[in-house]
Design a protein around this ligand. Structure first.
Ligand code: 5GP
Length: 123
């Protein structure tokens, strides 16, 4: 069983967040330290620690994270200009919160490759 993280507290409204979308399975809220003009985190309500812990039965739940990203992109006008979604895994991937989350970044042209010398991943 995954440990509760601060994202569980956000799901349970124990700590505040700027929530932009919610359904039965997922929640999306603004990142507290945005790396792009629009930066939201899309999370499953089910606590899954890392990509490595995703089970076959979670496949549609993971798909739902992408459907929410596309929905938000359409709503915010980023569908055509483009955006980036990224999920970090463990230390080298830059993961700091151990409840999987899809970063959705938009509103500027993204760089590639997505790494820098000082290790933090998102551009
Ligand atoms: P990771 O580094 O695990 O891929 O991403 C974790 C993200 O969670 C970071 O981008 C960080 O800014 C964000 N974050 C950390 N704590 C909070 C918080 O309390 N509220 C919100 N909204 N975002 C947070």
């Amino acid at each position: 069983m995954a440990q509760d993280t601060l994202f569980t507290k956000i799901i349970n409204r124990e700590i505040p967040a700027d929530i932009v979308y919610e359904d039965e399975l997922t929640l999306a809220f603004k990142d507290i330290n945005p790396q792009a003009p629009y930066h939201v985190l899309i999370i499953p309500k089910k606590a899954i620690e890392t990509i490595n812990d995703i089970k076959t039965e979670d496949a549609s739940l993971i798909g739902q994270l992408y459907l929410v990203a596309a929905k938000l992109a359409k709503q915010e006008g980023f569908s055509d200009s483009g955006y980036r979604v990224v999920m970090n895994c463990n230390e080298d991937g830059g993961q700091t919160v151990y409840h999987i989350h899809l970063h959705m970044l938009a509103g500027k042209e993204m760089g590639w490759p997505p790494y820098t010398n000082n290790k933090k991943v998102l551009i």
